[in-house]
Design a protein around this ligand. Sequence first.
Ligand SMILES: [Zn+2]
Ligand SMILES: [Zn+2]
Length: 371
Amino acid sequence: MIATTAPTAGTGAWCRKSTSSARCSCDGGRYRRRASFEARFGITALGVARPRQRTSNDRAATGPPVTATGGNTPGGAAWVTEERYAAVSRVLIRVLFLNLAVALAKIAFGYASGAISILSDGFHSLTDTAANVTGLIGVRAAGQPPDEDHPYGHRKYETVAAASVTAFLLLVMIEVLRNAFNHLTGRSAVPTITAASFAVMLATVGVNLLVISYETREAGRLGSEVLLADALQTRGDVWTSVTVIGALIGTKSGIAILDPLAALLVAGFIGHAGFQIARATTRILSDRIVIAESDIERIVNGVPGVLGCHHIRTRGSSDHVFLDLHVWLPPAMPLTEAHDLSHVVKDRLIARYPQIADAIIHIEPPPPRKF
Ligand SMILES: [Zn+2]
Ligand SMILES: [Zn+2]
């Protein structure tokens, strides 16, 4: 049995560094060998093809073999192509400049006219720009394959960027609150609302609507969660701007307090956004569980030949997950067979959860009391 499952001479070692079995399956005789193995265990084809990443594939082909203990070296099969990363990056950069123009126009006009509702809305738009930068860093980092310095990949750079955005949002919120306080206590002059105020607001809302339709279209075309989330956020901005326009109309008709009140409301939005980013960042940095243990367990136990599993751990971000677990296999199973079965488990997990960047599977016999 061992002889039939031994790697072919042309393939050499078959469990490569920085390679998920989904990708190493195409190397030489590897696929055929496992296919027959799966057939023997009554396992059908996975049916889910994962897009391949050219660079890490090339790297994988030269990576040193790792075969010991059934553990698969982390490194990650990025589940999106490089071309897609580049396309998403391009969209984000264009949107970044549009958002920046919108933000600067409102901030400049807000300071000049003394209308702090416009000023706060400008800062709110600036936070979108910061979010674009974070998204861009995340997409760029995710496009970088793991290297010698960062064997787990570069996704944490996105988390670092998100943490800086939280600090930035806090500063922005303090600035808006300071201005609102000055207006409420009468330390600042009542703003002069002119036709230009409305023109600036309406023009920026127009740009926002343009960004929404562009991002929604591209998100659908590229299947990008990042772009979709950004489009949704911009949709929220339109409502913020509409609120500010309402406050400007009120201020113009003599209810001057509406201007600082609208600013306070926007400060609340900024604070809420900051809280959400801080919470998401904390979850990633504290290695909070990403995929429920029971969900993983169900898939692993569904693989014929597997007796059970335990010590399931997931960490990372919702779209880039590292998984490790112990899988129980029959004690008498030959190592080559056990290793192959561990790859079947890994393939099934990644097919069900494409966000799994890598799964490290420790194979062991079940505890005696259980079987
Ligand atoms: Zn392997
Ligand atoms: Zn164990």
